[in-house]
Design a protein around this ligand. Structure first.
Ligand code: 3PG
Ligand code: MG
Length: 400
């Protein structure tokens, strides 16, 4: 069953004078002051949908999102107020933030002419949200004649506002523009990547990425490993890793992966490293695979980067997830920024997913040169692992 999107002319016929309930993922990071948004990408990316709904004559748009992890309790620290302010500024419209998602005043607001945009306070202030509670979803569903699901970043969660509600709205549930973009990019990677398909996976732990590595090994021609998770792989191959981050459990997992028939001739590991004696010590490049006893590996070295780059020249599809080193420290950022540069100069179809690699990419100022930058960290990983996501399945199922 195909998803119906708001880009469908049928939706345009439907939306005029209707109340639209819109589920977005406005779970954006805040600056230390707890007031200002440090990266508004997720909001910016959903703005075209919001503007479109208003332009096409929706009577009300009731926007809902989770924010952080307040564990089912009201906690002002997790209020959507900063988001409401940002949204009002961007839309040049007043945005009413409700007291709670189930506020009694909402029904009154829905009948008033002013305030076309209503933002429900954090859905996760209600324990029912994460329990995928049907009654909670039903209460929320009363706010809209139509439902638009735009929360790709939360579509891996089987929650009331991402799962059950899609089912309740059935043929009145549609995917938004951002959801459409994300699903198309992910499906391209998973179902019909143009060969050669290569992937770069980094990050701290093998255990965090084991499922995606196993899945990718089936799909790709080459899989390049970077970040601290390279060390368990090297250790599993009998190399020394010095004082680098490397748990015994991760070494076992790495051994398991290396023994897979699908890993043969595909997994590519670092040839050299940027190391230091302490985390904030002086950086040094060592042009060898083995890391001496007293040193910590903190980034891939220049020879590794060039080696990966040589392979990547041939790629037609590239997926990147996870940084190559401790990129927050500029001494150990060359590997990660180097990968961003290689991808930005590639003519392949390039997809970057995962919170850390996306923020590194943004820091490098090269995100415009990437074919698709996902707004879903966990969601994009899980989509590749599973081939779909619960929220997306519910949206399809609801249309039966
Ligand atoms: C995210 O940022 O990963 C999504 O918004 C989902 O949030 P969660 O990981 O707290 O469920
Ligand atoms: Mg998450």
């Amino acid at each position: 069953m195909a998803i119906k999107y708001i880009s469908d002319p049928y939706f345009v016929e439907q939306v005029k004078d209707k109340k639209v309930l819109l589920r977005v993922d406005f779970n954006v990071p805040l600056k230390k002051d707890g007031v200002e948004i440090s990266d508004p990408t997720r909001i910016d990316e959903a703005l075209p949908t919001l503007k479109y709904l208003l332009e096409k004559g929706a009577k009300k748009v009731v926007v809902m999102s989770h924010f952080g992890r307040p564990n089912g309790e009201v906690n002002k620290k997790y209020s959507l107020l900063p988001v409401a302010n940002y949204l009002a500024e961007k839309l040049q419209e007043s945005v009413v933030l409700t007291e709670t998602a189930l506020d009694r005043g909402i029904k009154t607001l829905l009948n008033l002419n002013e305030a076309r945009v209503i933002l429900l306070e954090n859905l996760r202030f209600h324990p029912e949200e994460e329990k995928n509670d049907r009654e909670f979803a039903r209460e929320l569903s009363k706010y809209g004649d139509l439902f638009v699901f735009e929360a790709f970043g939360a579509a891996h969660r089987k929650h009331a506002s991402t799962y059950e509600i899609n089912v309740i709205f059935k043929n009145k549930a549609f995917g938004g523009f951002l959801l459409e973009k994300e699903v198309n990019a992910m499906e391209k990677i998973v179902n019909h990547p143009k060969a050669p398909f290569m992937a770069i996976v980094g990050g701290a732990k093998v255990s965090d990425k084991i499922k995606i590595i196993e899945r990718l090994l089936v799909l790709v021609e080459k899989l390049f490993i970077g970040g601290a998770m390279a060390y368990p792989f090297l250790k599993a191959e009998g190399k020394t890793v010095g004082k680098s981050l490397c748990s015994d459990d991760d070494v076992l997992l790495a051994k398991k992966i290396l023994a897979l028939p699908s890993a043969k001739n595909k997994l590519v590991l670092p040839l050299d490293h940027v190391v230091s004696e302490t985390l904030d010590g002086k950086p040094k490049v060592i042009d060898q695979i083995d890391i001496p006893e007293s040193l910590i590996g903190l980034d891939i070295g220049p020879r590794t980067l060039a080696h990966y780059g040589d392979f990547l020249k041939r790629a037609e599809t590239v997926l990147w997830n996870g940084p190559m080193g401790l990129f927050e420290n500029e001494h150990y950022s060359q590997g990660t920024f180097g990968v961003a540069k290689i991808l930005s100069e590639s003519s392949a179809y390039t997809v970057v997913g995962g919170g850390d690699s996306v923020s590194a990419l943004k820091k490098s100022g090269r995100e415009d040169k990437i074919s698709h930058v996902s707004t879903g960290g966990g969601a994009s990983l899980e989509f590749i692992e599973e081939g779909t996501l619960p929220g997306i399945q519910a949206l399809k199922f609801g249309l039966n």
